[in-house]
Design a protein around this ligand. Sequence first.
Ligand SMILES: Cc1cc2nc3c(=O)[nH]c(=O)nc-3n(C[C@H](O)[C@H](O)[C@H](O)COP(=O)(O)OP(=O)(O)OC[C@H]3O[C@@H](n4cnc5c(N)ncnc54)[C@H](O)[C@@H]3O)c2cc1C
Length: 381
Amino acid sequence: MRRVVLLGGGYVSVHAYGAMVRRLRGELRRGEVEIVVVSADDAHSFHGFTGEVVAGLLPVGLTRTPLTEAMPKARFIHSTVTRVSLDDRQVTCGDGSVLDYDALVVGTGSREPVARLEGAATLRSPGGLEALVQDAVDGPVAVIGGGLAGVELAAAFAARGATVTLVHSGDRVVPALRAEQPRLAVRCERELDRLGVLVRTGVRAVATTGDGVLLSDGTEVDARVVVATTGQRAVPLPGLDDLPRDPQGRLVTTRELLVAPDVWSGGDAARVLHPRSGTPVTANALWAIKAGDQIGRNVAHALRGRRGRPFRYLGLGQAASFGVGHAVADLYGLPITGWLAWLLRVGFFVRFMPSRSRALQVPGALLRGPGLRPAGRAPVH
Ligand SMILES: Cc1cc2nc3c(=O)[nH]c(=O)nc-3n(C[C@H](O)[C@H](O)[C@H](O)COP(=O)(O)OP(=O)(O)OC[C@H]3O[C@@H](n4cnc5c(N)ncnc54)[C@H](O)[C@@H]3O)c2cc1C
């Protein structure tokens, strides 16, 4: 029996699993191949709807799918990975178990680098989002980082009635979107204005204080909750330290998404090059999903003694929501705003949620939610 070990329970692992199961039905049925998932979290978090959860439009439970449900044919170990030995082809887990592997997929994603901003919350730790939404019920919020994620989050807190300050070190928010779609970037600024978000640009958050956050110009922002969305660093895995990495700590992949013999990676953990432009693809869900699909196909090829195929996905675009009916989307370079952008974004996310039953509940919940009413305090689910 050959064993495929998937590290992490995020987009990469779920999609690699799906692609493998479709190709290895016979092998799995006959017990010739086993898939084992090791994940620190026992559920897949659909981060795309974080804004909707924060705004009180969706219960957090709808965005979390137990891994036993998302990957039913896999054996699941609920533990962190403490070491990978490439020489012995073994993974050691925090619960003491040691797994031999024939194929290994590193899908452990990334974390916000908040070491310098001790006390700031991030949204990725298990239970982090629930805790954050509870804490933010009564008090001002500071969101650090004016990328698409920070802007969307600031808008969501404002939609639930919080006083929100968005702190961004650059001159204008959403710089990456602005470079490609300046009109959409201006629309993001207008949406923040509509929702009453105070935007502080040209300053960095230096430290959290008991009462908020200290900025580089010496001023302080009062905040009960400080959330950092200041970029990402790949989760480090002991044993993989010697593999080539980029400055964000991402594992450098080949065109077939290999990082070492019989070890594949994608999503936030990996630097994957765009097949046409040759530049690194963005760390977001779409690229993680597509890399996961390709990894699953290549693992199936490898188990059958065939060569893997290069990653060929060319991209689709990006989107951000500012409440029901308010969104911006860049679809194949075409700028779209308002209801159409909002519907396209929701439709896309629903299509890629790992749980059909949860996905089907999303449109109704969104349209019934408080977003159609004037901004006000929303219930915590
Ligand atoms: C709040 C938020 C909002 C976002 N919104 C959007 C959006 O609107 N659109 C979009 O496209 N992208 C969005 N993203 C980005 C997107 O979620 C990521 O790019 C995507 O999750 C990457 O997928 P992944 O599989 O690489 O990692 P993840 O989905 O993060 O999965 C990583 C998995 O590894 C596990 N893990 C980590 N370390 C270990 C360890 N040592 N041992 C075992 N398991 C471990 C984690 O528990 C998790 O299960 C958002 C991200 C966040 C945090």
